[in-house]
Design a protein around this ligand. Structure first.
Ligand code: ADP
Length: 232
C-alpha cells in the first residue's frame, strides 16, 4: 500500500504542468482553455442574456447555468455522447463552485451560460473545468468579487498527493479523490467532494495542500487574463 514515488517524477505536493489561454472561442462572450497535464478543459461563456422560457426568470437576480460535457474522443475508449448522471452532477457542483463570486443581482431576468467541454481527460476534469470557467467569466467581463481556482487532492496508497492523474486515481483499489475549489482572496472553499476514505488529519493535510495548489493556479489565471490587455 506504500506509494513511494510518482510515475511522472513530481513531488507529492506538485501540480502537473499548467497551460492557460483566454479568447479561444471567438463567438463566445468570454472563453478560456485550462490544461493540467493531459487534462484539457475549454470553457465558453454566453450572456448575461434574457432567460427563456420566461417563467424561469428571476426578477431579483440572474441565473448561472453551467453545462459540463466530456467529448467522445477525450478518453481512450470512446465515451457515449450526451448527458449522463455524472455530467449532470458535475454541472451542478460547478455552478455552486462559481455562483458565490458572481454579482448575479446586477442581472435580473437573465442567464449566464457557461459551457465546459473536456477535450482530453486524465483525471481532475471537474477541477480543470472550474478553473477554465472562472477565467472565461472574467474574460466575458462579468463582475466578480473573487477568482476561483480548483484542484484535486487525494490519498494514493499511504500518501496525500496534489493533482492526481488517472493512473494515481486508479492506484491499487483506487485512490481517495478530493476535488477542491477555492476563492483566491477570501480563501473560501466553494467545492469539496470526497470519494473514498481518509482520517480527519489526512483531510486537513489534503485541504492545506489543495490551498497551496489553488494559490499557484490563481497566479496563472491572473497572469493569463492580464496578458490580453498587454497584447491589445
Ligand atoms: P474528475 O474528472 O473530476 O476526476 P471523475 O472522478 O468522475 O471526475 O473521473 C475521473 C476520471 O475518470 C476522469 O478525469 C477521466 O479521466 C475518467 N473518466 C470519467 N468518465 C469516463 C468515461 N466515460 N470513460 C473513460 N474515462 C472516464
Amino acid at each position: 500500500m506504500s506509494y513511494t514515488k510518482r510515475d511522472d517524477g513530481r513531488k507529492f505536493d506538485e501540480l502537473r504542468k499548467i497551460k492557460a489561454k483566454v479568447g479561444v472561442v471567438k463567438r463566445a462572450d468570454g472563453s478560456a482553455m485550462f490544461q493540467m497535464g493531459d487534462t484539457i478543459a475549454i470553457a465558453s461563456v454566453y450572456g448575461p442574456r434574457e432567460l427563456h422560457p420566461r417563467f424561469l426568470q428571476n426578477p431579483e437576480r440572474g441565473v448561472l447555468r453551467c453545462n459540463y460535457d466530456m467529448a467522445s474522443f477525450s478518453v481512450t475508449e470512446r465515451k457515449k455522447p450526451g448527458p449522463s448522471r455524472r455530467s449532470t452532477e458535475i454541472s451542478l457542483v460547478t455552478e455552486k463552485a462559481l455562483a458565490s463570486v458572481i454579482d448575479l443581482d446586477l442581472f435580473p431576468n437573465t442567464v449566464i451560460d457557461v459551457f465546459i467541454e473536456i477535450i482530453q481527460a486524465n483525471a481532475g476534469t471537474r477541477c480543470a473545468g472550474i478553473s477554465a470557467a472562472a477565467m472565461a467569466l472574467a474574460h466575458a467581463g462579468i463582475p466578480m468579487r473573487d477568482m476561483v481556482a480548483a484542484v484535486s487532492v487525494g490519498k494514493v496508497g499511504d500518501k496525500i498527493v496534489l493533482d492526481l492523474d488517472k493512473e494515481e486515481e486508479d492506484f491499487e483499489e483506487g485512490a481517495t479523490d478530493i476535488p477542491v475549489a477555492m476563492t483566491a482572496r477570501k480563501r473560501e472553499i466553494t467545492l469539496l467532494q470526497l470519494d473514498g476514505e481518509v482520517t480527519k488529519d489526512e483531510l486537513m493535510e489534503a485541504i492545506k495542500m489543495a490551498r497551496k495548489g489553488c494559490e499557484e493556479i490563481y497566479k496563472i489565471q491572473v497572469k493569463t487574463l492580464k496578458e490580453i490587455y498587454k497584447n491589445g
